[in-house]
Every structure is written in structure tokens, then in C-alpha cells.
Design a protein around this ligand. Structure first.
Ligand code: TRP
Length: 466
């Protein structure tokens, strides 16, 4: 890591030598690597399928632009201004402006949430890795729907197999995080992100040959508002957060390595565009294959692990394309997993004075251990429902609960706190300094963040709880 002195930044109080991204592009790739993940390739297509296509996509795009982008800018801004790990960045800013340093607890919530998410994200990442092997060894070729369903349920039913893949995935994440910013993260994303993009284009190109490409395009882009429900709108808003990696301190952590001369607005727009581009490309890759094979677009979470392998299994060179597809999914999940571990490691280094290796092993090891609970809830503990005495949590396993509390409660809450902290607590002057935008665009951003975003987030939040 370089040891540039943070002379050109806000109130830095870190005791460690902090590095910067080696270039603006490095930051863009890393932030995009975080944003592009299972959310884009696994979740976006299936929620689009469930919510009827075009109209949902339109609402999702609006949510990205009107809620996601302003919050992303706010998070990057906190990180750069604070120049430290998320928790200490928020504390430093609050303290300097004479506010209660307890605001750091908001960032603490984010760091904790990122850690909790990683514990089960790694389990799902493990599925992706395991499917690389399944596809490459030709096990999907020419199989019936039942046989493919059994491969999936067989995987979920075997704790040891799941543990092995989870361990491998977490190991990959830790390997990169332990190497630090430039040698680990930057190198990984400069190889993985372009590779992911190329792989995605290959699968899209294949989709074009199915003869159903037009139908896929129409499904994604011609809005039929009669298919849009209120729930669809809320799902779209929630997903805008998840897919852009917001509400959990990740963008604060990445922003803290950003040098002062980079435009926060431009880079955030670029990252949002790339994330959205990948989601749309994933849709273009998947739906033509779905239609060509007479499959159901609204098949739900199994879409890419069950429906899609079925389609791949039936096509010429299907094993090759299926392998490529799951490699791509693994890359996407990997760079997101890295970003989920980074905030805690950064904090341990800074606050506890541990070196990066030790911090990574400690945080990653603990997270791995917690992941075991998610693995077991898929099989041996599938009857264990710790909060089952409450009606709303009836039947929810540990895995379900982790997913629910992180994605539906902590994430919007974190986003709301960021909007309030930046929109109402930080000084307008500080924001103008960091953003260095024209007064018209600044006001647009500022007012959106102060008024529109909190209301929109509250609506999702409350909806998710009732
Ligand atoms: N954005 C990633 C995805 O789409 C997931 C993710 C990574 C994430 N880091 C995050 C979600 C931080 C919320 C917060 O799969």
C-alpha cells in the first residue's frame, strides 16, 4: 500500500498509514465490482420475471436515478471527507461540526450488517462455485427438469458439500482482502470485472442466436403498466439499494481511499450506469433463453440455478455456456463479497491496531463460522425457527431471518441514516467542498437527498415491516 499523507482531505484521524486508489478507474472498478453481484445476475432477472417485465424495469431505473444515485454520492462523500473507516469517518465529521459522535453507531450498524450479509452471501456464492463444476463436467447436459431440480435440492441437502463450497468462497474473499487495497482488491477487480463483462456479452451473443431475442427485449423494455403492483414498486426500490451496495458502509469504505481531485458525482454516475447495464445485460442474456425453451419467466429464485441449467442442458455446446455463465456469477459474487468484508477489516486495523492479515483472518473466520448456521438451516436445522413464536417470523429459519433483517430492515435503515446525516447534519459548505458541482446540480442533489429520499425509504421500510 502506498503511504500518501492525507494532507488534502478532511479530518483524518487514522493511526495507520492509509493508501489511495491508484487511479480513478481503480475506484470505479472496485465500486462496480461491489455493486455488480448476485443482485444483478440472480435477483434482478427473477424479480423482473415475477413482476411482469417492462413497467417494473422502468420503475427500477427511476429508483436507481432518484434514490440510489443520491445516496451513493452521499456515502462516497462521507468516506472521502472522513478519510477513515466508516465508523471513524462518521465520528470525525460529526465531532468536527459539533454534533454528537454517537452518529458513528449508524456506520457501525452498516459494518455489522455487511458482516452478517457476507455470512450467507458466501453460502450462495458457494452454490455458484459448485455449479461451475457441475456444468463443466457435463452433468447438466440433456437432463430432465426433475433431474436438474434434484441436483439443486441435493446440493442444499448436503451440509458437508455446502460447507466445502462456502469455505472455498470465503477463502477466495479473504485471500484478496488480506493482500490489501492495491495488491489485492485492485488487482482482482482489474482482472475480474472486464472478464465478467466479456463473459456476459458472450452469453448475450448466444441469446441472440436463439431466435427469441426480440421477445426478451420486448419483455424487458415494453412497459405494460397493468402488470405493475404497489408491491412491485417497493421491490424495485429495495433492490435499488441492494444492487448498488448502499446502506451498509461499503461505499463509505471505498470512498475513504478516493483522492480529492476525483469528481464524486461523475464516478457515482458511472458506477450506477455500469451496475444497471450489467443487470439489463443479464436480463437480455437470460430471458431469450427462457422464452426459447418455453420456460416461465416468473419462476422465482430458482431461475438461474434450476430453470436456466435446464435450458443450457438442452442447447448445443450447452455445457460450455453454462460453465461460462457460472464462472461469471462466481466472479460477480466474489468482488461483492470482498466489499462486504472490507469495512470491518478496515475498522479492526484502525481501531484495534491489528495488521491486515490478522484482521482479515479474524473477521473472515468469524463470518465463516456464522455461515455454518445458514448452511445448517438449509438442511439439518430446517425446523429451527428461533423467532417462530412471533407470527411474522413463523417458519423462518436462521438463514431466512438473516436475510430478512439485513436486506429488509438494516439496509433501508442504514440508507435513511445516511440521507439524514448528510442531508441534515453535515454542513452545506462541507458538502459543496466535496462535491464541487455547479449550484443547479448541487441543489437538485441536495434537495432530493433531504426530502425525497428519506420519504421514499421510509415507505419501503414501513412496508417491509407490515
Ligand atoms: N450489490 C451486491 C449485489 O448486487 C451485493 C452487495 C455487496 C451489497 N455489497 C453490498 C449489498 C453492500 C448491500 C450492501 O449482489
Amino acid at each position: 500500500m502506498s503511504n500518501a499523507t492525507p494532507s488534502n482531505r478532511g479530518p483524518s484521524q487514522s493511526r495507520i498509514k492509509r493508501g489511495f486508489w491508484s487511479s480513478r478507474m481503480a475506484f470505479v472498478l472496485a465500486a462496480t465490482g461491489s455493486a455488480v453481484g448476485l443482485g444483478n445476475i440472480w435477483k434482478f432477472p427473477y424479480i423482473t420475471g415475477e413482476n411482469g417485465g417492462g413497467a417494473f424495469v422502468l420503475v427500477y431505473l427511476l429508483c436507481i436515478a432518484a434514490v440510489g444515485l443520491p445516496i451513493m454520492m452521499a456515502e462516497v462523500l462521507i468516506g472521502r471527507r472522513g478519510g477513515a473507516s466508516p465508523i471513524n469517518s462518521v465520528r470525525a465529521i460529526a465531532k468536527r461540526d459539533g454534533h454528537n459522535p454517537a452518529w458513528r453507531l449508524a456506520a457501525g450498524l452498516g459494518v455489522l450488517t455487511a458482516f452478517l450479509i457476507l455470512s450467507f452471501y458466501s453460502v450462495i456464492g458457494g452454490w455458484a462455485v459448485s455449479y461451475v463444476g457441475t456444468a463443466a463436467t457435463g452433468q447438466l447436459a440433456g437432463q430432465s427438469a426433475d433431474a436438474i431440480g434434484e441436483i439443486f435440492s441435493g446440493l442444499l441437502g448436503s451440509p458437508w458439500t455446502l460447507l466445502m463450497w462456502h469455505t472455498l468462497f470465503m477463502g477466495l474473499v479473504m485471500l484478496v482482502v488480506a493482500r490489501g487495497l492495491r495488491k489485492g482488491l485492485e488487482r482482482a477487480v482489474t482482472i475480474l470485472m472486464p472478464a465478467l463483462f466479456v463473459l456476459l456479452l458472450v452469453v448475450v451473443a448466444y441469446s441472440m442466436t436463439t431466435g427469441y431475442f426480440g421477445q426478451g427485449v420486448a419483455f424487458l423494455f415494453s412497459p405494460d403498466f397493468s402488470k405493475l403492483t404497489t408491491e412491485g414498486v417497493l421491490v424495485a426500490l429495495g433492490h435499488a439499494f441492494f444492487t448498488l451496495s448502499l446502506g451498509m458502509a461499503v461505499m463509505i469504505a471505498y470512498g475513504s481511499y478516493l483522492s480529492k481531485d476525483v469528481s464524486i458525482a461523475k464516478t457515482s454516475i458511472l458506477v450506477s450506469l455500469m451496475d444497471t447495464g450489467v443487470a439489463l445485460l443479464a436480463g437480455l442474456a437470460i430471458f431469450p433463453i427462457v422464452f426459447a425453451n418455453g420456460l416461465e419467466p416468473g419462476a422465482g429464485p430458482g431461475l438461474i440455478f434450476q430453470t436456466l441449467p435446464l435450458a443450457f442442458g438442452a442447447m448445443p455446446m450447452g455445457s460450455l455456456f453454462a460453465t461460462l455463465f457460472f464462472v461469471l456469477l462466481t466472479f460477480a459474487a466474489w468482488t461483492s463479497g470482498i466489499s462486504l468484508l472490507e469495512p470491518l477489516v478496515e475498522w479492526l486495523e484502525e481501531q484495534k491496531g491489528l495488521n491486515r492479515m490478522v484482521s482479515t483472518i479474524g473477521a473472515g473466520g468469524l463470518c465463516w463460522l456464522l455461515g455454518v448456521a445458514s448452511i445448517l438451516s438449509l438442511n439439518l436445522w430446517s425446523d429451527v425457527t428461533p423467532l417462530g413464536m412471533f407470527a411474522m417470523f413463523e417458519g423462518k429459519t436462521i438463514f431466512d431471518l438473516l436475510d430478512f433483517f439485513t436486506a429488509s430492515v438494516f439496509l433501508p435503515l442504514g440508507g435513511l441514516l445516511v440521507a439524514i446525516f448528510v442531508g441534515w447534519i453535515m454542513t452545506r459548505q462541507a458538502l459543496q467542498d466535496e462535491l464541487a458541482m455547479g449550484s443547479g446540480t448541487f441543489s437538485l442533489w441536495y434537495n432530493t437527498l433531504r426530502y425525497f429520499t428519506p420519504v421514499a425509504v421510509l415507505v419501503v421500510f414501513v412496508y417491509n415491516l407490515v
